[in-house]
Design a binder for this molecule. Structure first.
Ligand code: SAM
Length: 479
């Protein structure tokens, strides 16, 4: 029985409800009246200084996904762009993944780290190696990392992850510092989530891979990850362990995308119903070629067009949730979907264990092929040339604005007085410490152009003051 507030995965991702949703969506895919009313419902509304967006339910959003009427699809893209501008402005947060270890006991058939892959060299970073990796990441200008790790109780126990987090936060190389560590490790216990919370992590990220239980079992034939319910209920345990910010995602290409999309939104609705706050982020990964993995073995691949539509509809359905795109996607695809509502991207990623310390990109332990292989400075310049503000901001989580406190900031319309100036200050730090001359020139102009967009007079003055402090060598200001 479908029950969004239930603690049981079988009830909050009820298979029957997903199928009924798909049937309802197929029935209404040309119902122009309904489609127009949904587009109208999802529009941002300004109430005084506040901006509100109602979002859409999984059923409503699935109707839009099923609709293929060209003018309605265009209206969806326009609306996604409007919502993105209303809540996120033109900022794009930058991060990099850091692979700690590819030892893994699971059998995930799409992942080169699966236990039966004897060809891939197994590597685990020691704390000294991590220092080297973090130095290299800081020297590029990164401030925010996502830790990645295979599941292996003896090689990668929680203590190893905790030690690694503490090592990462301890590195202060020149003006560099990692100020937020997000963690993407296998589903674990409430007690371990509490330890991660106490270690000061930002978001706990776990991809569901697929919500389709039967497929999930086939795709994860062995290892602890085989347990669908334990995996699907992980975010509940993370929240019980005190982690306010959790990040969802499915690996598109494994199952039929309409099923995944409806279930992903049901998962978001579940968190809202059970904990009063939805997911902090949704990641949008697509399956990629990798060692021992041939994408042609997976016949649910989605086109770039469908991918863009999915991104736009996530933006419309859950307007307050950040959306993440990694370097699995090419520059072209990233350019297209950033406009439609993406708020975070990775840059200059290396998906191999120990990849950042090497001069040449190593491929032997890579988790997947990286499509966008540009250096961080190129990515930053590219974003600015497209009119975006690359942001290295980590202020919210360091000011305790997590979970529902972040959501109220979002809803209160104060983002222009808060995230916007913080983005400008962290960009200024990047320009001073790491940018090439042409990037710096573009960035300085962009900052000058963007300062007047800070509505509050006092904050605007303060920012001008702090920007000149940054010019004079001081660091780490935040509103
Ligand atoms: N081991 C952790 C777990 O079990 O959740 C997560 C870390 S794993 C390094 C991060 C994610 O990479 C996985 O959740 C999966 O979605 C994704 N991934 C695995 N193989 C991939 C492939 N061939 N192409 C694209 N993404 C892949």
């Amino acid at each position: 029985m479908y029950n969004p507030a239930s603690p049981s995965a079988d009830e909050f991702i009820d298979h029957r409800e997903v199928l009924d949703t798909l049937e309802y969506a197929a029935r209404n895919k040309n119902n122009v009246e309904l489609i127009d009313s949904l587009l109208e419902k999802a529009k941002p509304r300004r109430l005084g200084k506040e901006v509100h967006c109602s979002g859409l339910t999984h059923r409503e959003a699935s109707v839009l996904l099923a609709c293929e009427l060209p003018e309605k699809v265009k209206a969806m893209y326009d609306l996604a762009e409007e919502i993105k501008k209303a809540f996120y402005g033109n900022r794009i947060v930058i991060f990099a993944p850091l692979y700690l270890s590819n030892y893994c006991v699971n059998g995930c058939v799409y992942c080169p780290y699966h236990a039966k892959n004897r060809k891939i060299p197994r590597v685990k970073l020691g704390q000294e190696d991590i220092l080297r990796e973090v130095n290299a990441l800081q020297d590029m200008g990164h401030k925010r990392l996502a830790l990645e790790c295979g599941e292996h109780p003896s090689e990668n126990p929680i203590e190893y992850v905790l030690d690694s987090i503490s090592t990462i936060y301890s590195v202060k190389n020149k003006n560099g510092a990692i100020r937020r560590v997000n963690v993407n490790i296998a589903a674990t216990s409430v007690e371990n989530y509490r330890k991660l919370r106490d270690a000061g992590i930002g978001t706990y990220i776990l991809f569901q891979e697929t919500y389709h239980k039967e497929s999930y079992h086939t795709l994860h034939p062995s290892g602890p990850k085989h347990d669908y319910n334990y995996h699907t209920e992980a975010m509940d345990r993370a929240m019980q362990g005190g982690i306010d910010d959790v990040g969802l995602g499915v690996l598109f290409g494994l199952e039929r995308y309409r099923y995944e999309f409806a279930a992903l939104l049901m998962h978001a609705e579940h968190l809202e119903a059970a904990f009063g706050v939805g997911p902090h982020t949704i990641s949008m990964p697509r399956i990629k070629r990798a060692d021992d993995i041939d994408v042609n073995d997976f016949n649910n691949a989605i086109s770039d067009g469908t991918f863009a539509k999915l991104c736009a509809l996530v933006r419309i359905a859950v307007p307050y949730t950040g959306m993440i795109i990694s370097t699995r996607e090419s520059q072209d695809v990233r350019e297209k979907v950033i406009r439609l509502g993406v708020s975070q991207i990775s840059g200059a990623s290396r998906t191999s264990v120990g990849g950042y310390g090497e001069e040449e990109r190593p491929h032997d332990t890579e988790q997947f092929d990286v499509s966008d292989q540009r250096a961080l400075d190129e990515v930053i310049k590219w974003l600015m040339d497209l009119g975006y503000i690359p942001s290295f901001c980590t202020a919210c989580y360091r000011e305790g604005r997590t979970g529902d406190r972040f959501m109220s900031l979002c809803k209160s319309g104060q983002i222009q007085n808060c995230c916007h100036p913080n983005a400008l200050m962290t960009l200024k730090e990047y320009l001073m410490d790491y940018a090439k001359p042409a990037t710096r020139k573009t960035g300085e102009k962009l900052i000058e152009r963007e300062i007047p967009a800070i509505p509050n007079d006092k904050i605007r003055e303060k920012i001008r003051f702090w920007l000149s402090d940054i010019e004079n060598g001081k660091r780490d200001f935040r509103v």
